[in-house]
Structure formats: C-alpha cells, structure tokens
Design a protein around this ligand. Structure first.
Ligand code: ACO
Length: 485
C-alpha cells in the first residue's frame, strides 16, 4: 500500500470498508409493545417501548409533546436515552462492560490499544493484515502540523496539561476546517484516524510544555503507547540511548484499553451534543476534553491522589470517612460511586490487579498510597453509608496509584484518560454523524424564574451594593470558594 494514500482511500480497501461502515449505522428496533400514559384530565396516550439487544427497555417519548403538550423532567439525564448505539454496552447492576460485544476483561488481556481502536471504529477485531494496514495508516498521521507546535509556546511553564490539551485540540480545528466535508465518508474516516493518531504527540507535548522541556517527535518503529512514553520521557540530549520500558508500556496500553470507551458518559455526551450542530469534529473533541477534566468525571484520578495525599496516613482514614459520611464541606470519597455501576466497576478490579503487578515489577514492597487505598476500600465496602448508596470503587480509584507508580505526574493522569478516550469520542461522533437524520441536541427546561414583569428606568431601581469594593469582594469570594469536592 502506498504510504501516501490513506487507509480509507485505497480503492480495494474502500469497497470493503464502505459496506462495514453502512452496517455500523445504528437502526432503531421496531416497537412491538406499548405503554399507556394517563394525563391529569383523564386522557390516555400510547407510547411505544423500544428494546435493544441488551439493557433495559426504553419508553419512546419522541411524540409525547406533540400528542400531549407535556415534556419530561430529568436533570442529569438519569433515566434518558439520548441515542441508539452499537458501540459499548454497560450493565451497571451486574458490573458488565463490553466493546462491540467483547468483554472488557478479555480485551484488556489479549488486545493492544491499536486493536481496540480498530474494533471501536470498524466493529470487528482486526486480522493480522488489517492491523498492519491500520497501524501504518495511524503512523502516517502521527505528526502534528509544525505551526500547531507554536501554540504550545503560548502557555507558561507550569500550566496544567489538561488546560493545554483543551486549547491545542481546539486549535487543531483551525488546521482541519476548510474543505472538511462531513457528509463525505472518506473525510469522516480520515478525521477519526487523524485525531487518534495525533493524540500521543499532542498529549506528550502538553506535558513537555508544562515542564519546560524541548519537543520530541514520534518514531515509526514504536507502538502507539510506546511512542507516547518515548515522547514524554526521552532525554533530548540522549535520544539514541532512550529505551521504553516494555513492561510498563504494556501496562499503560492495558490502561488505555480500559478507558477507550464508556458509552454515553458526560464527555462523550458532550462530544455528541457539540457534534449534533455539525460543528468541526476537533472542536467537538475539545469540548469533550473540557467535560472530562472535572473531578466528578475523568479528573477523579488526579483528585484521588490529592485525597490520599491529604489523608496522609492510614490512622487518619476513620476521621476522613466520618467527614465523607457527614458530607462535611462537600467532601467525597473520590474514585467511589458511579452513575451507572451500582456494583463493582469491572475496570476497577482490573486496575487493582495492574497496580499489584506494577508494584511487584518495580519491587516496591509497600506503597503508602496503595496501602491507604486498600484500607479505604475495605472500610467503605463494609460501611452502611456506602452499602446503602451502592457506592463501589470506580476506574479512577486505582488508576492514579498505578500511573503514579509508573512515574507519571499527577497532572497528566487525566490527559492519559483523554488519550485513551479519544478513540471512544471519535467513534461515537462518527456513529452519530453517519446517521441519515441528525437531530440537534437540545434539552428542555422547567422554568421557575419570574413571571413577566415591568422594566423600571435606572433611577427608580433599588441599590444592591453600598460601593465599588462590595462588587469586587463578592466576585473574589466567588472565585476563592470554588473548591474541589
Ligand atoms: N463519596 C461519598 N458519597 C457519595 C459519593 C462519593 N464518592 N458518590 C455519591 N455519593 C452519595 C451522594 O452524596 C448521594 O447521597 P444522598 O443520597 O445522601 O444525597 C448519593 O451517594 C448519590 O450520589 P449522586 O451524586 O446523586 O450520584 P450521581 O450518579 O449523580 O454521581 C458520581 C455519580 C459523580 C460519579 C459520584 O458518585 C461522585 O461524585 N463520585 C466521586 C467522583 C468520582 O470518582 N468520579 C469518577 C466517576 S467514573 C468516571 O467518570 C470515569
């Protein structure tokens, strides 16, 4: 295959891929059952029930407003399906996670991150030949535009790598906008491959910028994960002698597989909503990165380490748990709880095993963070507060400890999550954008503000502030009261 041709543009390959892509567009099942809704005035309406391959049935309320004049109210979308998808399935009660039908445990054991990317994009695990072609196509796209590198120079040393990531991925849209036709299948494929392929360099450069280190370019003979580690850690003055630790690269690769997709979580839903206006896909991914950063979502891995540092030692755990249960200052047990899992997050189990493997490999006899995490988990799982609320460790509880043991700085934890999730975001975006009818994401609200009132002229309105410093104090107070949960 000619290196210059993209994977998708190769004529023989394209015919095969075109059929695969058609099969990957989700179609809605036909409703065979209906439920009855009775309004306060006694009128009755039939609503169809949709059943997917797995998971709870859903009441199709798309015609609800037209038929009844009512909307549904569901802040945080706790009971609302926003799309149909073929990509990922989660059963939160049973602790099941599957990508395209394959259990996460098996994928993490057997498959590389590149194989997982192929699976998420093309629906099947690749043959050896498919994988080779795919990896070559990714390597063709792993460099970023030299001018994009100038963007990094605008960030000060010490800037949070996630802040850099949001900015630079957003800026990528300026390089990939003109002529980008999202109706064109080939363009969409190229977009997906480009985004995922460039992510290691973009992420590693975020770290090097934050550390004030010179840029390192990727190497063709390294795998996706090895390249990321190489670009992050290689000493610019000793490039020839730098060797990626294969064991640790393999562990990181498994971590990437575990984080690759998680159906309609906050950041993926953000990417889909942004994409539903047919916005530039790179800008949509930047929106997803912003959503991921929060400590309630992907930022929890960094917050777990912050929490463990704050607790300090095992003796302080009972007091900390008391604070959590009393909801003192909104403190939460970070890395615990999940909107969907009301049982073990299967990724948390795998992550704990990886933690032990890494500590053994590094011959760390007793890691203080690991000791505290195990004790926190033991106490929480036997405490009525956590049992009643079905709060179990999630993927982030142990991931920070593994990454810390590998030597990854805390501020890079969520960047690594984003690196892994780039494939999930773009696969979900592509699934949405390939549908024949795309409806813009636009929720409704229950308005509880003032009813109509009259506008008074400025002279007849009441004072709120005594003087200018009042306003300044109020805005400062607000700024400083933003604390991590
Ligand atoms: N520690 C203590 N209490 C908790 C925790 C926690 N980690 N999580 C939930 N609760 C409590 C809440 O206070 C609430 O109690 P109440 O019934 O007395 O009011 C109850 O459990 C339900 O919590 P909600 O916030 O309503 O649950 P929701 O599904 O909206 O939130 C979330 C899920 C955001 C993950 C939450 O569990 C949390 O904040 N966890 C800590 C942060 C974290 O680890 N996030 C990573 C999630 S995984 C991921 O995104 C990759």
């Amino acid at each position: 295959m000619d290196r210059k041709e993209s994977f998708i543009e190769n004529p023989g390959q394209f015919e095969k891929i075109e059929q695969i892509l058609l099969d990957l567009i989700p179609s809605l099942p036909e409703a065979k059952e209906f439920c009855k809704l009775t309004l306060p005035n006694g009128e009755e309406f039939q609503l169809p029930i949709l059943k997917g391959t797995n998971g709870p049935p859903m009441i199709d309320i798309r015609s609800l407003h037209d038929k009844t004049g009512y909307f549904t109210f569901d802040p945080g979308y706790t009971c609302t399906g926003s799309c149909s998808s073929q990509i990922t399935f989660i059963d939160g009660d049973k602790g099941i996670l599957r990508y395209r039908g394959y259990p996460i445990e098996k994928l993490a054991e057997i498959c590389s991150f590149e194989e997982t990317c192929y699976l998420l994009l093309y629906g099947e695990l690749p043959s050896r030949k498919d994988l080779e072609i795919f990896c070559e196509a990714m390597k063709d796209e792993m460099l970023i535009h030299e001018q994009l590198i100038s963007f990094y120079k605008g960030f000060q040393k010490g800037a949070h790598p996630m802040a850099i990531l949001v900015g630079v991925v957003g800026a990528l849209s300026a390089f990939m906008h003109d002529g980008l036709d999202l109706k064109n299948k080939v363009e969409r494929e190229k977009t997906a491959i480009k985004l995922v392929s460039k992510f290691p360099m973009i992420s590693a450069l975020a770290y090097r910028t934050a550390m004030g280190l010179p840029i390192i370019y990727p190497k063709r003979n390294l795998t996706y994960t090895q390249n990321f580690l190489y670009m992050m850690y290689c000493d610019k003055t000793d490039i020839e002698n730098y060797k990626v630790d294969e064991f640790l690269a393999d562990v990181l690769d498994k971590i990437l597989v575990l984080h690759a997709d998680h159906e309609q979580n906050a950041s993926t839903a953000t990417v889909r909503i942004a994409g539903s206006s047919i916005a530039n896909p790179y800008a949509c991914i930047a929106a997803g990165i912003a959503s991921l950063w929060g400590p309630a979502h992907g930022g929890a891995n960094e917050a777990v380490l912050d929490m463990l540092e704050k607790i300090g030692s095992i003796e302080n755990i009972p007091k900390f748990i008391e604070d959590v249960k009393a909801k003192r200052d909104g403190v939460r047990l970070m890395g615990f709880g999940h909107r969907v899992y009301k049982n073990y997050d299967p990724r948390a189990n795998l992550m704990r095993d990886l933690c032990h493997k890494v500590l053994d490999y590094l011959e760390v006899k007793s890691d203080p963070f690991m000791k505290m995490a195990v004790e926190l988990e033991r106490i929480a799982l036997s405490d009525e507060y956590f049992i009643k609320r079905k709060l179990y460790p999630n993927v982030d509880f142990y991931s920070g400890i593994v990454l810390n043991a590998i030597g990854i700085p805390k501020s890079m934890f969520t960047v690594i999550f984003a690196l892994a999730r780039s494939i999930g975001w773009i696969a979900q975006w592509r699934e949405m954008i390939s549908e024949s009818v795309i409806r813009i994401g636009r929720p409704r609200q229950l308005y509880v503000g003032y009813d109509r009132r009259e506008v008074k002229s400025v002279g007849s309105r009441l004072d709120t502030f005594e003087n200018k410093s009042d306003i300044k104090q109020r805005s400062n107070r607000r700024r400083f009261s933003v604390t991590k949960p």
